[in-house]
Design a protein around this ligand. Structure first.
Ligand SMILES: [Zn+2]
Ligand SMILES: [Zn+2]
Length: 336
């Protein structure tokens, strides 16, 4: 079968062995229809976390073509999945930090979704695989995992009804964060250095957007909207200086949710956090419950996840990475 295998930070299309259930192996073989290209895939390539020989991709939508399982899934089921499975029985899971669970971190689909077929284990089938309504497009269904990450961040932030929420970084995940906030009854504001992304975010129902060109001007525009500052701020931009900016845009007592990795840390703002009682928290990856909430919101059309992705084929994966990095596109969906 075909797979995009990483070699010296580039994807090469190779013929690799198709996964199988031979030897009474338990689980399922899924024929991948397509897979979203996640910002974290690109980070893994750039930071050298992904190695030569790896097949990346986790925002998978596909169809079960072989199964040997105690679950109700069947050949022909159209599914989406989460690639990590928590154990539900460790100090992290008990504290609801499912994505910190060591079992969660050690589980994965093999190979990744940039391949024609993947193997999905029985414990994935039991916990993190979901049937998809056939009237959803593959692209919409592929947002299950990224939306679930945003849902988790919104839940973790414990936002009060009238809170003023700001999303810094209006790439695809920033837009999806806005969709998650709206689905939970909030009215998000957004901020980005690119004007076209601010305009786009407004079309997606952001109440207010701020173009971040000159910091003082941006902050003064924000103060006209909310004089004390924002109550909850989500950092989706992946740039270190956004934390410094978020501290300035925050009201005293605010929460700042760190939602992306950055290349160089900007340092720890001890005194701002202390004197202003700020809460800086992280939110990483979704739990099985967030995935379930996510697919329901997508199916019930309570979030809009169409219109963000450009479709590429597997051979164009390197081009999709370049186009994402240069902000030429919002999001790539790789049709397999
Ligand atoms: Zn992802
Ligand atoms: Zn656990």
């Amino acid at each position: 079968m075909k797979a995009a295998v990483l070699e010296n930070n580039k994807f090469i299309i190779k013929d690799v062995e198709k996964p199988s259930l031979s030897g009474e192996r338990i689980g399922a073989i899924v024929k991948v229809a397509g897979c979203g290209l996640c910002g974290s895939d690109i980070v893994k390539i750039r930071n050298g976390q992904a190695k030569t020989g790896d097949v990346l991709g986790h925002e998978v939508v596909g169809e079960i073509v072989e199964i040997n399982s105690g679950t109700n899934f069947a050949v022909g089921s159209k599914i989406v999945l989460g690639h990590h499975v928590p154990c539900f029985n460790c100090v992290y899971c008990w504290g609801e930090n499912y994505s910190m669970c060591r079992h969660f971190k050690s589980t994965n689909i093999r190979p990744g979704g940039f391949a024609q077929y993947i193997y999905v284990s029985e414990e994935h089938l039991q916990n993190t695989v979901f049937n998809v309504n056939l009237n959803l497009t593959d692209v919409e269904a592929s947002f299950t995992e990224p939306l679930a990450c945003c849902i988790r961040a919104v839940k973790r932030a414990g936002i009060k009804d009238e809170a003023k929420c700001l999303v810094i970084g209006l790439g695809s995940i920033g837009i999806v964060m806005g969709e998650a906030l709206k689905a939970f009854g909030h009215k998000p504001s957004g901020c980005d250095i690119l004007e076209e992304r601010c305009i786009f975010a407004k079309e997606y129902g952001f109440e207010n957007t701020f173009i971040s060109k000159n910091e003082e001007e941006t902050l003064s525009a924000m103060r006209k909207y909310t004089s004390c500052g924002f109550d909850v701020i989500f950092l989706t931009a992946g740039a270190a200086k956004t934390l410094d900016f978020a501290v300035k845009a925050a009201r005293d007592g605010a929460k700042i949710v760190v939602f992306s990795s950055v290349r160089d840390s900007s340092g720890f703002q001890n005194n701002e956090i202390y004197y202003r009682e700020l809460t800086v928290m992280g939110s990483y990856s979704p739990s099985p419950m967030d995935l379930e909430d996510s697919i329901h919101l997508i199916e019930q059309k309570k979030v809009k996840v169409s219109g963000l992705s450009k479709v590429y084929n597997l051979e164009q994966l390197n081009e999709a990475v370049e186009d994402t990095l240069s902000n030429k596109i919002m999001k790539a969906f790789i049709k397999i």
